[in-house]
Design a protein around this ligand. Structure first.
Ligand code: SF4
Length: 335
């Protein structure tokens, strides 16, 4: 965990910290947040809970998180948790993934409406039908699903992947034909990195899909030296303008390690906020969009989740076991 998070900040310290972001934080709001943060820390101890937070969460959520990361890092962390409970600050499929890999723990998601346009683009049943049809033409077909899927979809797959290991997982499977679901943009990007045949699904992340080349060019025309970091869920014409195509946590590492000082961050806005707070000596320009699902998780929602012990993630055990196989395969192949 980065040293700027955690600890217990006074309302003024919290305001000084968050108002570095151009996001409209006020002293009054920060005073309320400081109270909620205090309550959450107490409730965490009372319930032996840890908080895992995705990079796209609100900056004030980072203050109560025990770990912040991308989907792959969060899946790894969730598997290692020994506390009784995990409060997952992310979207539904991420909390489900935590339950899949660590079924003994209670997994709480503060808001059940925190879904995902990508995960909703596919069901286990539809995938089973598509696999059946394609196997007639490609008997060696194997199926990889992006981790942004529900448990019943994962249960139909040979392996999962995340944006940070998609190419590696495709390359490590012993097959020439891969059905890659559900993100068509990520599938297209993976196809540019492998000689295997990638068959895709019609799904996308609405956040990344709405970013256009004009968003990038409007910044780069004025700042030609800026390093453009693009998430692989973006459209092909946006990826073509990238200096580097990276998962969110890889963007954090790249920005920290690079000799460059100025970056254009092309993904959900939460990641740009994290970079602005953690690396204040460098400049970050945003060409980002907000994910309204991710932003459904709020500090008072986390407090209420711990207080009322809601909303617990439960799974059918057969589906959980089959989904775990696909996640474990990913963790093995990307170790
Ligand atoms: S950013 Fe996109 S992929 Fe991530 S949760 Fe939001 S809609 Fe889903």
């Amino acid at each position: 965990m980065h040293p700027i998070y955690g600890g217990e900040k006074t309302p003024q310290e919290l305001y000084d910290h968050l108002s570095q972001l151009d996001s409209g934080y006020t002293p009054e709001a920060c005073a309320e947040y400081a109270e909620w943060i205090h309550d959450i820390k107490r409730l965490k101890q009372e319930h032996d809970a840890v908080i895992l937070a995705h990079n796209y969460q609100r900056p004030e959520i980072f203050e109560v998180a025990d770990f912040i990361g991308d989907s792959l890092e969060l899946a790894r962390q969730a598997k290692k948790v020994e506390s009784d409970q995990v409060v997952f600050c992310g979207v539904h499929f991420m909390a489900e993934t935590a339950k899949i890999v660590n079924p003994e723990r209670t997994i709480l998601l503060p808001d059940l409406k925190a879904g995902c346009s990508l995960a909703e683009s596919i069901t286990g049943e539809a995938l089973a039908e598509r696999k059946h049809e394609l196997r007639r033409a490609y008997p060696d077909l194997q199926t990889i699903c992006y981790v942004n899927t529900t448990a019943d979809v994962k249960a139909e797959c040979d392996a999962c992947c995340t944006s940070s290991n998609a190419v590696q997982i495709v390359e490590s499977l012993d097959t020439e034909h891969v059905l890659f679901v559900p993100d068509e943009n990520l599938a297209r990007y993976v196809q540019t990195q492998t000689t295997k045949t990638i068959l895709s699904w019609e799904g996308n992340c609405y956040v990344h899909h709405q970013i256009t080349p004009e968003h990038i060019l409007s910044v780069r025309d004025n700042l030609p030296h800026v390093k453009v970091l693009v998430h692989p869920e973006c459209r092909e014409d946006v990826i073509q303008l990238a200096d580097a195509v990276l998962s969110t946590s890889a963007m954090v590492r790249y920005a920290k390690d690079s000799p460059a000082d100025e970056f254009l961050i092309v993904t959900e806005c939460g990641l740009s906020d994290r970079l602005l707070l953690e690396i204040p000596e460098k400049k970050f320009y945003k060409s980002c969009q907000l994910c309204h699902y991710m932003k459904m998780i709020t500090l008072d929602g986390v407090r209420d989740s711990l207080r009322a012990q809601r909303y617990e993630i439960t799974l059918d055990e057969d589906i959980r076991v089959a989904a775990e196989r696909a996640i474990d395969r990913m963790l093995e192949l990307s170790a």
